[in-house]
Design a protein around this ligand. Structure first.
Ligand code: AVJ
Length: 327
């Protein structure tokens, strides 16, 4: 029993820090250095991402907001045409400022459903459970704090209705196409025939528009990338000098891969967790992919993961798509 007690008592926070350290060491030891963009989002990273969403160059948030503001009635009708017994699960709910438009429409249809916002941040869930009742008093809210698939499993235990899974924000863009397929297949495995998924994709467009979105003139996206180095300094005792790195975003209009790098401005050594990493002049750290899709690619992804596309919703410029998939 002592070993069981030990397992239970290990602080989660420390586990997470150890995994963070291991991931950083693995990435900086690689021949082509990389860091995982999922680590961007500490408190300061969250704040910087909020600021990015307010930059005029960063279009995806406004595009998807337009879709939800203008087309929630149509989205709601589409959902009701496939199921009349459902609950709504939102993966990465954030502050729900987009989904609230759809939730309002769904309430207006008179259907009885529960909204299960899922987020890895406990703060986000607590805030939502406090703020949503004043905005939509009739809405039943049950927050789920944890990993997407664990919480989807939890929602399946709590509810025997069809699931309408919202996967918005274009977060799937942070996966390579191969990883995205793995994610979509896994998602399909947690769902049943008759369930629906609404998933957001940033679409291919003029390359300059995409590059500008990841290289805003105020330098917020640069700070957002550099913040991960600062986080490594803060949490893992690193000694990155962030003035010695430059932000370099790229976009390949062929593959749709938008990749961000930090480039070392001089030959230098950096220490993290007692290990020293050498940077040559102009050596890079690959920081993030923000994959752009065309409809052929999203359709292929749907089919290869066991979904059928039943509707696509676009903003007026067709820069972003929310696709409705049926299991
Ligand atoms: C949160 C993944 C949708 O890739 O556009 C914004 C993150 N990175 N600017 C994106 C991000 C740099 C964003 N997603």
């Amino acid at each position: 029993t002592t070993s069981v007690m030990h397992t239970v008592l290990v602080p989660v926070k420390q586990d997470q820090q150890e995994i963070f350290l291991q991931d950083v060491i693995r990435g900086l030891s690689a021949k082509n250095k990389y860091l995982d963009s999922k680590y961007f989002y500490d408190a300061e990273g969250d704040r910087l991402f909020q600021e990015i969403m307010r930059c005029h160059e960063y279009y995806p948030t406004n595009c998807e907001m337009e879709i939800l503001q203008e087309q929630s009635a149509a989205i709601s009708q589409t959902i009701l045409s496939y199921t009349n017994r459902f609950d709504v699960v939102e993966l990465g709910a954030g502050d729900a400022t987009k989904s609230i438009h759809l939730l309002r429409e769904l309430l207006n249809t008179g259907k009885d459903f529960t909204y299960y916002p899922v987020d890895i941040s406990g703060n986000v869930i607590t805030q939502l459970e406090q703020s949503l009742p004043s905005q939509l008093p009739a809405l039943k809210v049950h927050g789920l704090h944890g990993e997407y698939f664990d919480m989807l499993q939890e929602a399946n235990v709590l509810s025997d209705k069809n699931k309408v899974v919202l996967c918005m924000g274009g977060n799937i863009g942070n996966f390579t196409p191969v990883e995205a397929r793995k994610f979509a297949r896994q998602l399909r495995n947690y769902l049943q025939p008759g369930d629906l998924v609404m998933i957001g994709f940033d679409l291919k467009k003029h390359p300059q528009i995409i590059l500008d979105a990841y290289n805003d003139s105020a330098g917020i996206t640069k700070d957002f990338n550099l913040n991960l180095l600062k986080r490594i300094n803060r949490e893992l005792g690193g000694n990155f000098d962030i003035t010695k790195f430059d932000h370099y975003p790229t976009y390949d209009p062929g593959t749709g891969a938008c990749k961000s790098y930090l480039v070392s401005l001089e030959e230098q050594d950096v220490t993290v967790g007692g290990q020293t990493f050498h940077f040559g002049l102009h050596e890079y750290i690959y920081m993030e992919i923000s994959q752009k899709y065309d409809l052929e690619a999203t359709e292929q992804l749907a089919v290869q993961s066991g979904f059928e596309t039943v509707a696509n919703f676009f903003d007026n410029r067709k820069w972003f798509a929310d696709n409705m998939w049926l299991c």
